[in-house]
Design a protein around this ligand. Sequence first.
Ligand code: GAR
Length: 196
Amino acid sequence: MCKLAVFASGNGSNFQSIIDAIEGGQLQATCEVLICDQPSAKVLERAEKANIPAFVFKIKDFENKSAFERAILEKLRDYDVHFIALAGYMRLIGPTLLEAYEHKIVNIHPSLLPAFPGLDAIGQAFRAGVKVTGVTIHYVDSGMDTGPIIAQQAVEISDDETEESLRKKIHTVEHVLYPQTLAHVFEKNKQEASNK
Ligand code: GAR
């Protein structure tokens, strides 16, 4: 069984969809721990409700990013974490975690990458006036919303779309696509491990 850590910074609706899929048996994994960088994030309440250990690491409490990530890494090792899913974690992953979890970190982003990387991808797409945007799930590398793409799903922007209605559409897609994609990735990893 894959031991997962979720990293999140905000509301945590994607964290919720992952733990619900685990609970519902659609995702063969355990969510061992939530890592959060914002003490007031709503995702912490969700973790508490689900009885998932949650830890806040504030970058300001550390000398530098490497020390910040070393502290996170220690926590991940305490929980024997195999895999990391970023779910609205608004921080670049540095070399410390990338080296420790090579090809084992995935991210969800609310656009069809490489279009609209970075902050507020939904607002960026809406303001650009594109007719199609979507959701991307990709392996994480050192860039901002870069790294090999695993899955994408398009979302159409209708003529009477508002930014709010688009946000809802995107989240609805995310909440299905992320657990589904993680299930495929874990299955592939399991097969590769058993072929070794
Ligand atoms: C999601 O839309 C996710 O795709 C996005 O943050 C939101 C978090 O929502 N991530 C990024 O923009 C990463 N660059 P949530 O806290 O409700 O899961």
